[in-house]
Design a protein around this ligand. Structure first.
Ligand code: NAD
Ligand code: GLY
Length: 349
């Protein structure tokens, strides 16, 4: 016999993203702020002047992508058990994308899932990582291979935090912004060409447009069954560059910037983008001091590394290619010869 469990249900995971000065927040429950020593030193005092709760704790995990792992997750979970957190308790992610992804993941598994909110403090996490509910950690097999979709209850984006962000980290966030503009929002791309992001109002407007663009993609495809994968534009090439340079030479956003240039060369060869647009995108990346050149030492090896990408299968590599500005195509039908000819433009100089 067969027993069927009728579980079809519509779940409302909607939430608001505030892009404004951080308001005062009070939570009538146990809350822990998860952060790292860098962010804590710079901004915890300010956060504590805004956030209060029935019981408020601070959990500090080490700073860095190399600590986005099970050990840090255990630090967070153990602290929650020690403070007897229950299913109504809550976490606040206070830091960049590393803290945001780990805090979200810890909250997705603590007693099978509790609420969390995001207070992102890097440009990259304000425009990308804090929005959309991808949470997780790394292991020895690769980046973000363990995780869950777990949407925050709210996101509070205050550009004040960016005043202390090192300029390379700022640039890394710009690469993700350019990614969203090229693939989904031509008007936003044109805005970025004109924009002076040193002006705080312009920066605020930029963050707003990036978040609106990402939010509209997530709203269409929350769990990445289709179009959300297009947010990986530039990443297929970028991940190989990070892998080849052992995650040491480039920040993720910097590798993505080079990856965007490589993806556009592919679009050019496929007839999806004209040379003028290829040059405009490169110029925009260079406006923010992002790298656009790369010297591939072993082209065959670079190509083979594409197969490690999460989007690829054993036999097919998935590429995300922009179709001019504001449109994008996800394809696993790029001929190897064509890709090698693109890679040759970056090789053996
Ligand atoms: P990060 O979290 O490592 O932060 C970069 C550095 O900036 C860190 O040293 C951090 O301590 C420091 N920092 C943070 N805020 C600061 C501030 N206001 N002033 C000075 N220094 C500050 O890196 P990131 O670029 O924010 O995020 C990268 C991570 O995000 C990766 O792990 C990536 O996988 C993840 N990510 C997730 C998503 C998603 O959808 N969940 C999307 C993109 C990236
Ligand atoms: N950063 C890609 C995504 O959120 O889907």
């Amino acid at each position: 016999m067969t027993v069927n469990i009728p579980l079809k249900q519509v779940v409302d995971n909607s939430y608001d993203i505030s892009i404004d000065a951080l308001p005062s927040l009070y939570f009538d429950t146990k809350v822990a702020i998860v952060t790292n020593p860098t962010v804590s030193k710079l901004h915890l005092k300010f956060l504590l002047s805004r956030v209060s709760a029935k019981e408020l704790h601070v959990i500090v995990v080490p700073d860095g992508e190399e600590y986005k792992n099970q050990t840090s997750i255990d630090i967070i979970l153990e602290s929650m058990f020690e403070h007897r957190f229950n299913r109504k308790s809550m976490l606040i992610a206070f830091g960049g994308g590393v803290i945001g992804d780990m805090t979200g993941y810890a909250s997705s598994i603590y007693q099978r899932g509790i609420d969390f909110i995001q207070i992102p403090t890097t440009l990259l996490s304000q425009v990308d990582a804090s929005v959309g509910g991808k949470t997780g950690m790394n292991n020895k097999y690769g980046k973000n291979l363990i995780g869950a979709f777990h949407q925050p209850k709210a996101v509070y984006i205050d550009s004040y935090f960016l005043t202390t962000l090192p300029s390379r980290e700022f640039g890394a966030g710009i690469a993700e912004i350019v990614k969203m503009a090229v693939t989904f929002n031509k008007g936003f791309f044109e805005f970025l060409e004109r924009a002076d992001l040193k002006d705080s109002e312009v920066l605020q407007d930029c963050i707003k447009q990036a978040v609106q663009t990402k939010a509209s993609v997530v709203a269409k495809d929350e769990k990445e069954h289709g179009i959300r994968a297009a947010l990986n534009y530039g990443h297929t090439f970028g991940h190989v560059i990070e892998n080849e340079t052992k995650y040491k030479k480039y920040l993720h956003g910097e590798a993505v910037a080079i990856g965007i240039v490589m993806a556009n060369e592919t679009s050019l060869k496929m007839g999806f983008m004209d040379l003028k647009t290829v040059d405009r995108i490169k110029k925009l990346l260079e406006k923010y001091n992002l790298p656009t050149k790369y010297n591939i030492l072993d082209i065959e090896n670079f190509y083979e590394t594409f197969y490690l990408d999460k989007k690829s299968s054993d036999t097919k590599i998935t590429f995300i290619l922009a179709l001019g500005l504001g449109n994008v195509k996800i394809t696993d039908e790029c001929d190897k010869k064509l890709i090698i000819s693109v890679l040759n433009k970056f090789g053996n100089k």
